[in-house]
Design a protein around this ligand. Structure first.
Ligand code: GLY
Length: 297
């Protein structure tokens, strides 16, 4: 039996209140437990990251699914992707608006196998055709997200990026990654970030490991951050060092953000160049850790 591990994150950015930081770390840990249970029972890394990502999307604290931030028109457009590392199948949706859990639609795109990425109206139509119940966008908007959007428009606070994600390795040594987001608050309608783009917002390859990124999507896209980190792990660099090198590269591009990773040996890594990134991890021995202060060493 290989060592299995799950790592999740709830987004990187400026430090919120300590209270919010603690709540985000607790939310990540709760979510990691859901994925860990699947791994402990012999389930796949793919199922574990999917279940973790659904739980994060359903937690209104995080910028994904319910609680997504609003674009400059005050509407929600969500991006998500899921990838498995054995055959490197991947599915993604972008600027989707009328579903509760974008990562489940991304998974269906992957399973159908015809396309990798569906966007906008086409993604919403695909969800309907596949039997996902139409979800009123108003139910995705939380009072906190609305208040933040109003304060941003008044110039009282800077726009906030944020994302959720999970990576795992299972007992068979298979890896997977999932990432989901409402994007950056105040974004232009139609803007798509890194999260649904394989290689940028996530990547998974059994010969290397799995990565999920968070932060300023434009810089993450330019640096193809998740693939960058995976390439280092494929060369035998442990997950922690590979993530740190990736975030340094992101900083050289002028970007701010973070990433989590597991490598093929089951070692975990996380780092950000922002003062805040909520995260949690649980290994095969059931050893749990979590936190929300996360600077690059
Ligand atoms: N990293 C999330 C975004 O930029 O959309």
């Amino acid at each position: 039996m290989r060592r299995f591990t799950i790592v999740v994150h709830g987004g990187a950015g400026p430090l919120p209140s300590e209270e919010r930081g603690r709540a985000a770390a607790a939310g990540c840990l709760q979510t990691a437990r859901i994925g860990h249970r699947i791994l402990a029972e012999g389930g796949s890394a793919l199922e574990a990251v999917q279940a973790a990502c659904v739980a994060l999307e359903d937690d209104p604290l995080f910028n994904a699914g319910t609680g997504s931030c609003l674009n400059e028109e005050g509407r929600i457009e969500m991006d998500a992707a899921i990838m498995e590392g054995t055959t490197r199948r991947v599915g993604a949706v972008a600027a989707i608006t009328r579903v509760k859990n974008p990562v489940l639609v991304a998974r269906r795109v992957m399973d159908r196998g015809r396309h990798v990425l569906l966007a906008g109206e086409g993604a919403d139509r695909f969800a309907r055709e596949e039997g996902f119940a139409p979800y009123p966008p108003a139910l995705l908007v939380t009072a906190a997200a609305l208040q933040r959007w109003q304060r941003e428009r008044e110039g009282k606070i800077p726009p906030r990026p944020g994302t959720v994600g999970a990576v795992a390795i299972d007992q068979e040594g298979r890896v997977a990654a999932a990432t989901s987001t409402g994007g950056t608050s105040g974004k232009a309608p139609g803007r798509i970030g890194d999260s649904p783009i394989p290689g940028a917002g996530l990547y998974a390859h059994d010969a290397a490991g799995a990565v999920s990124a968070t932060g300023q999507g434009e810089a993450i896209l330019r640096g193809v951050l998740s693939r960058h980190i995976c390439d280092r792990m494929a060369a035998g660099i442990p997950a922690q060092q590979a993530v740190e090198e990736g975030i340094r590269e992101l900083a050289r591009l002028g970007g701010e953000g973070g990433a989590i990773a597991v490598d093929r040996e089951g070692r975990a890594g996380f780092a950000s160049n922002t003062p805040f990134m909520s995260w949690a991890m649980i290994d095969a021995d059931g050893q749990e850790s979590s936190g929300y202060r996360c600077r690059l060493p």
